[in-house]
Design a protein around this ligand. Structure first.
Ligand code: SAH
Length: 384
């Protein structure tokens, strides 16, 4: 299965060896910059994914299949269970597939654009047990949807919310922009490091909650806040890192491109009684430079300053405009959380050529069995 799906490149390699490989990668990349600490591994490196995504299609005989795209293609490899996915989520997907025929629901065909069900996304709050099912459909018309949800919940009463997401676009994006809540509250809650977080269908949430607590712990340790700092958390998602930082800083500003995630972040601040975190919707590379320019205008040329800036970008890393503004704001520390070592190296090169040096870094294995490695880096102003 691993060979066909292409997702778990390290499957079959003993876990200790996988960790060695990943640590070596971080060392090759960063050793010349500064001290690399040993990678933080996972005790039980299986079934860790709290989010499971299945593409729906038909086989040659017209039977519904569900699984993942084969790496680099749009061919669906059927998957009923997977060694890294949450087992409950896998079972729900199999149930959904089994219900399609009796409800006369056709799976969507990318070539002919005929059919209804495109994808199913499942998210489970590992510490709360709450489960969200997102049914991604090609059209808003979903005949007998209420009975479908009823039948699904009859088999899996543990499902706490069901959302229909409408994706009528011809792109490879999984989710469209419109959500219709079919059952429950439309989001789940989960707990991380003692805080409660609301997570909506469109919002990003780390897929390996066990390791996420370690990753956030490291980011917080690197930030080393004393209580009087102004901190920016760029690419903040639902405000997870922001709210942990806020408990130790004077003021935190979070920036995130997905509006629903910012709604969650604001709600999450309220749920956790945190009143020193403010959130902005937009691209980090636009919001921060605009804030900087506006501050300068309003304060007679005085420039905006931050004590600590945390970035946690997607794989493509940070835009250079953003790095430029970060440097202008002269934070004492920059904490860079990265899920892609190539763009991390590019961005560190920029920061190191512009007055910063790497003080510490460490990998955290967020994705056992795969080649991906998450890295947390602490930079500080040269000479400090
Ligand atoms: N720090 C968060 C999210 C990290 S994932 C957490 O740990 O949960 C990266 C986030 O960046 C995603 O939520 C994504 O929606 C957001 N994002 C992607 N491009 C962005 C951009 N240009 N500006 C701001 N946010 C962006």
């Amino acid at each position: 299965m691993a060979k066909k799906c292409g997702g778990c490149e390290f499957q079959g390699m003993p876990y200790a060896e996988q960790l060695k490989h990943k640590e070596k990668r971080v060392r090759i990349l960063l050793d010349s910059f500064g001290k690399v600490h040993p990678i933080i591994g996972m005790k039980d490196p299986y079934h860790y994914r709290n989010k499971v995504h299945a593409v729906f299609d038909r086989d040659r005989r017209g039977n519904a299949i569900s699984g993942v795209y084969q790496k680099g293609t749009h061919k669906v490899v059927p998957v009923d269970s997977c060694m890294i996915e949450d087992q409950k989520a896998d079972k729900i997907i199999v149930t959904i597939r089994g219900l399609l025929k009796s409800f006369k629901i056709k799976t969507y065909d990318e070539d002919t654009q005929y059919g209804l069900l495109r994808h199913v996304l499942i998210r489970r709050g590992f510490s709360t047990g709450e489960i969200m099912v997102v049914l991604v459909t090609a059209s808003p018309v979903f005949p007998s949807k209420n009975n479908f949800v009823k039948a699904l919940r009859k088999v899996h009463p543990e499902i706490t919310t069901v959302v229909q997401n409408i994706n009528d676009r011809g792109t490879s994006m999984v989710l469209g922009t419109r959500d219709v809540v079919l059952y429950g509250k439309g989001f789940i809650e989960d707990k991380l490091c003692g805080c409660t977080f609301r997570i909506s269908a469109q919002s990003f949430y780390q897929v390996n909650p066990v390791q996420t607590e370690k990753l956030y712990g490291l980011a917080l340790e690197y930030a080393d806040l004393k209580g009087d700092e102004t901190v920016w958390d760029l690419y903040c998602g639902i405000g997870t890192i922001s709210l942990f930082l806020a408990q130790k800083a004077k003021q935190v500003y979070g920036v995130e491109i997905v509006p629903q995630a910012i709604d969650d972040a604001k709600e999450n601040a309220k749920i956790n009684a945190i009143d020193n975190a403010e959130f902005f919707v937009g691209k980090a590379e636009e919001v921060l430079p605009e804030y900087y320019a506006e501050y300068e205008r309003e304060h007679n040329g005085e420039t905006a300053h931050a004590d600590v800036i945390v970035v946690d970008p997607p794989r493509k890393g940070c835009d250079e405009t953003l790095l430029e503004t970060i440097v202008k704001m002269q934070p004492e520390k920059v904490v860079y959380v990265s899920c892609d070592s190539a763009t991390l190296a590019r961005d560190l090169k920029y920061l190191c050529a512009n007055g910063y040096e790497i003080k510490m870094c460490r990998g955290v294995d967020q994705f056992p069995q795969s080649v991906h490695v998450e890295t947390c880096v602490l930079l500080s102003k040269l000479g400090q």
